[in-house]
Design a protein around this ligand. Structure first.
Ligand SMILES: *Cc1c(COP(=O)(O)O)cnc(C)c1O
Length: 535
């Protein structure tokens, strides 16, 4: 019944994290997209996915003997269904053929993936590596996703009511929608207005540099302008052409991915005229993927939650032993931290005051398990990874770095740690979903009030906040504030509660699970997207 009334949605995304054997994802964006599509299937919402069949996915990132990260790539073989459909896109004036594959394990919520790696294509490598290479290649990849994606829908006979661009990468799909109308005689303004009514957009990063832009000349050279003039491109995306600005102007409604992010994004894009309103819809997770069954079993059947947690913790400890050969102890307070290695996430904040952290690690009061990865072209990020590896060498019995952060590590570490640490520079974390995975597993969040956490945090009851919501343009001031707060909460609340007040700890675990398991599960997010964005 429900589906009769619901609009049909085509969801465009560069990356999907579906399962760990197919690394068509780089990070949180793909995790969100994968969880969303899985949720749509479970709860019977009419959403299909459009993406790219990456030949090598994202890199596998390991650390060499000197503690330096390096990247390797391998080709993926995966069972896709051949739709028999091919579309083409003109890129740099050359016709590029794109084969359309179907991933139909999601039933009615199939994901269609475009692939340029077919005989006869000069540009077979466009779909080679997710976010691979440089500006021109990125544009080519986005043309395949956007223009090729809409053409694939047409050939498949799928008629969406709404085109949902998850991030600005899919913007050229909007150009194709406009072109269809202009080819039938519509003016630029008419085509813009009409296409806009079919498009919604989700914006993610509140870090300015994270919002991709291109020189207008590059878009013209690539043919990404798709029939639009330079002046028209500028009217949409500015000059240089910003993909987020373009998507804000070519959508009827946009959303940010947490309530605080809604405010941040609205401020951040206030200078953009003629753009869609930005509402806030907080991200959520697909619980069957991330939460250990034994945790919800214990909660629902009056079971032993502590023992269920210890099972998860032992699995993590065994995993660390298998991966790194290190024996961690199951009765020591264990903090997990796994993130993309970028400066604003401050992976090493906890090491910033030696005299506080050193005794905790040396005296066996604390174990830290890190994972993370840098973008293959980001030397600063690689430096962050190296620094964590250095700490692991310095405290071989208390600090661990798991290389090649992926869904498997993500799941193990958000299930088996005691505490989940998150300390970005507020308000740079759009949402974060790893904290939701942790909270539903009874792993207590120790987090800056950024992203989703202000919506769930009840300090000392279901986790802890650090930093008191302080913000400052002065990074040094902000870092000092958050560092001092982190150490204060850690030494006066987290450590004493863990060692001296187990009943309270257990109670906090229960609160953590109860306060988040519905609010941050994907069903709520689907309802809000359908009510607020697609309706
Ligand atoms: C959950 C997850 C993410 C997203 O988590 P954040 O909180 O945004 O860091 C990224 N990568 C992997 C592998 C994950 O499992």
């Amino acid at each position: 019944m429900k589906n009769k009334k619901l609009p049909k949605v085509a969801y465009f995304c560069m990356e999907y994290a579906l399962d760990n054997s197919f690394k068509a994802y780089a990070g949180g964006l793909g995790i969100l997209a994968g969880d969303y599509l899985k949720g749509a299937k479970d709860h019977d919402y009419p959403v299909i996915g459009i993406g790219i069949k990456w030949k090598q996915g994202y890199s596998d990132q390991f650390v060499d003997k000197n503690g330096k990260p390096y990247d390797t790539y391998h080709n993926y073989e995966y069972n896709f269904e051949d739709t028999g459909i091919e579309v083409s896109v003109d890129i740099r004036g050359v016709e590029v053929k794109c084969k359309v594959w179907k991933l139909d394990i999601y039933g009615n919520n199939a994901i269609y993936l475009l692939d340029t790696d077919i005989p006869g294509n000069n540009d077979a490598w466009i779909t080679g590596q997710l976010y691979g290479w440089f500006g021109e290649e990125r544009v080519a990849q986005e043309m395949v996703l956007g223009i090729g994606g809409v053409r694939a829908l047409r050939k498949l006979g799928i008629k969406p009511d709404v085109y949902h661009f998850n991030e600005g990468h899919a913007l050229f799909a909007g150009f194709e929608l406009m072109k269809e109308k202009m080819d039938k005689g519509a003016s630029f303004e008419e085509a813009w207005e009409k296409s806009k009514n079919e498009i919604v957009f989700t914006t993610h990063t509140p870090v300015v540099q994270g919002n991709e832009s291109h020189p207008i000349e590059r878009l013209m050279y690539m043919g990404a302008n798709h029939g639009l003039t330079e002046a028209q491109l500028e009217e949409l995306g500015g000059n240089p052409f910003n993909m987020t600005v373009g998507a804000l102007r070519l959508s009827r409604k946009s959303n940010a991915v947490a309530q605080l992010h809604g405010e941040t994004a609205t401020k951040m894009w206030a200078h953009v005229d003629n753009r869609s309103e930005i509402v806030a819809i907080t991200n959520a997770i697909h619980t069957p993927t991330w939460v250990a069954d034994r945790i919800f079993d214990a909660m629902d059947n009056d079971g032993d939650l502590w023992e269920a947690h210890m099972e998860n913790k032992r699995e993590l400890i065994n995993y660390v032993k298998m991966r790194n050969g290190i024996d961690l102890k199951e009765d020591v307070l264990t903090i997990g931290f796994a993130r993309r290695a970028v400066p604003y996430k401050r992976s090493d904040l906890i090491f910033s005051k030696y005299e506080v952290i050193d005794p905790l690690l040396r005296d066996g009061k604390l174990q830290l398990i890190f994972s993370g990865r840098a973008h293959p072209l980001d030397d600063t990020g690689k430096g962050i990874v190296s620094n964590l590896v250095k700490m692991a060498k310095k405290y071989p019995h208390a600090v661990v770095f798991l290389e090649n952060y992926d869904m498997e590590i993500g799941a193990k570490i958000t299930r088996g740690s005691d505490v989940w640490l998150n300390n970005p520079r507020r308000p740079k974390e759009a949402s974060g979903t790893s904290g939701m995975k942790a909270s539903m597993n009874g792993v207590l969040n120790l987090s800056v009030l950024d992203g989703w956490w202000p919506e769930a945090c009840n300090h000392g009851e279901n986790g802890w906040q650090i930093g008191n919501g302080f913000e400052s343009e002065n990074e040094k001031e902000l870092d000092t504030n958050d560092r001092d707060s982190l150490y204060k909460v850690l030494t006066t609340e987290v450590v004493p509660t863990y060692y001296n007040d187990k009943p309270k700890w257990l109670n906090m675990m229960k609160n953590s699970i109860n306060d988040t398991r519905e609010q941050f599960a994907v069903k709520r997010m689907l309802e809000e997207y359908f009510d607020q964005l697609y309706a």
